[in-house]
Ligand binder design. Structure first.
Ligand SMILES: [Ca+2]
Ligand SMILES: [Ca+2]
Ligand SMILES: [Ca+2]
Length: 125
């Protein structure tokens, strides 16, 4: 789970990513603030030990690879990113991974979904 707002509160303890086991027990936490102050959602790629984190201020998806220590949130993590604005998704929030690359129709639905999330966020603000 990621929290894009906790870094703006007095209770911020340095972490905005929280990893739990299936019972909800916190296993690990770390910060994305060196590259993202607004993590909106996270998708896990367990097979390749990667996280994908959306940032709705930067309109980017960050790809975080664990590195040689096999732990997230440490200095050897490899962080890369790509823009979502280039395919029309400004204010990206919810994201998930698909096993295969998306067909054009699914890509269109994804962009619509992201746009819908942006509208629903605006209505709740
Ligand atoms: Ca923030
Ligand atoms: Ca690491
Ligand atoms: Ca937003």
């Amino acid at each position: 789970m990621v929290d894009g707002e906790v870094d703006e509160t007095r209770v911020f303890g340095g972490s905005n990513v929280f990893m739990s086991d299936i019972t909800g027990q916190l296993q690990r936490s770390f910060s994305t603030t060196s590259y993202s102050h607004e993590p909106a959602d996270v998708a896990t790629d367990r097979r390749n030990n990667r996280l994908f984190i959306s940032d709705d201020n930067k309109d980017r998806i960050f790809r975080v690879k664990v590195g040689p220590d096999h732990r997230f949130g440490t200095r050897d993590d490899q962080v890369k990113s790509f823009s979502t604005a280039s395919f029309g998704a400004t204010d990206p929030e919810g994201l998930d991974l698909a096993k295969k690359s998306l067909q054009p129709k699914a890509r269109c639905l994804l962009v619509q979904f992201l746009a819908w999330r942006a509208v629903s966020s605006a209505l709740q603000a």
